[in-house]
Design a protein around this ligand. Structure first.
Ligand SMILES: Nc1ncnc2c1ncn2[C@@H]1O[C@H](COP(=O)(O)OP(=O)(O)OP(=O)(O)O)[C@@H](O)[C@H]1O
Ligand SMILES: [Mg+2]
Length: 297
């Protein structure tokens, strides 16, 4: 069963179509990155999923359930910053949340450990750094021991170390079987965290790709002399369609592991190889080709 399925999900605010006929599928167990520029409709979609705003049209299922009693029992969310009390400590704030959610008090210390806030749990919330506030928000979302986490821009405002911590944390949760749907406007960020990326633009899902698809490609760059003989050998080795002349050398569409075989064959044929280098695929380029949208960076 998929964790999330929406069909024709639409939200209109007067003339504005914030979410436009969205069919979104989030497979159970994956970290799904919902990517899009400001105003694309990410938050509106997440709010509809969480029952915070009503769709104008379409349907949605979370673990096979439609909105109604019990619909969100297995869902934790972090969306537009939870309302923590500034003068209560992190632990006290979580106790309040646990009381509302009817969660055993023992969960509070468990989730504080998960987000690595135990050391600062007794300090008042107002003294927390932004990263600590984000982690406390995530801790609150984890109180219910959810099977699905919905996070709206969880790394917003975090420094690179904070983003790395969040990545490790989400990976750990995913390894424990938690499905994660998170939004972001940064490709580099979601591509490091997520298994699959869906791109939203003007309320529409313009593309969906797995991280393997985004990382597909990459080339082996070969420089060798004499060039004509090198070219003939390379065509024999990999086929003309996989060979592209590039400056003084050639780019080959092959697997990285082919490098040593190609080197040996060239040297055996009396060709002098001066450079043999693997070039990683250009994630951004692949992405733009998939989306045809240069708004998203
Ligand atoms: N309550 C509302 N009333 C009217 N318009 C709204 C409301 N909420 C959102 N919108 C509009 O819906 C569109 C999508 O907004 P949304 O907040 O979902 O975008 P987003 O992708 O989350 O953007 P950001 O990256 O800036 O958070 C925008 O045009 C926004 O102005
Ligand atoms: Mg938003």
């Amino acid at each position: 069963m998929n964790a999330i399925e929406t069909t024709g999900l639409t939200k209109r605010y007067g003339q504005i179509v914030a979410v436009d006929d969205l069919d979104l599928t989030v497979p159970t167990g994956e970290i799904y990155g919902f990517l899009g520029p400001n105003g694309a409709g990410k938050t509106t979609t997440l709010r509809m999923l969480l029952g915070l705003t009503r769709p104008s049209a379409g349907s949605l299922h979370v673990f096979g359930r439609t909105p109604g009693p019990g619909y969100l029992d297995q869902v934790g969310a972090l969306i537009e910053g939870p309302a923590f009390y500034p003068y209560l400590s992190g632990r006290e704030n979580l106790r309040v949340f646990a009381g509302h959610a009817r969660v055993p008090g023992a969960r509070v210390d468990a989730v504080l450990r998960t987000v690595d806030l135990t050391d600062r749990a007794k300090d008042s919330y107002r003294t927390y750094s932004l990263g600590m506030k984000q982690r406390l928000g995530l801790a609150a979302a984890l109180l219910k021991d959810p099977r699905l986490l919905v996070l709206d821009e969880p790394t917003n405002g975090l420094d690179p170390a904070g983003i790395a911590d969040m990545r490790v944390l989400l990976r750990k949760l995913a390894a424990d079987g938690v499905t994660v749907l998170l939004s972001s406007h940064l490709l580099a960020e979601v591509s490091q965290i997520c298994d699959r990326i869906g791109v939203l633009s003007h309320g529409k899902l313009v593309t969906q790709a797995t991280i393997e698809e985004l990382r597909a490609g990459g080339t082996l760059h070969v420089t060798a002399e004499p060039a004509e003989r090198a070219e003939a050998e390379l065509i024999a080795l990999v086929g003309r369609e996989s060979l592209h002349a590039n400056g003084s050398g050639f780019d080959l569409n092959v697997e990285p592991a082919a490098a040593s075989r190609i080197n040996t064959a060239l040297v055996t044929a009396g060709v002098e190889v001066s450079e043999l280098r693997w070039r990683e695929p250009d994630l951004e380029q692949n992405f733009l080709e998939l989306t045809g949208d240069d708004h998203v960076r």
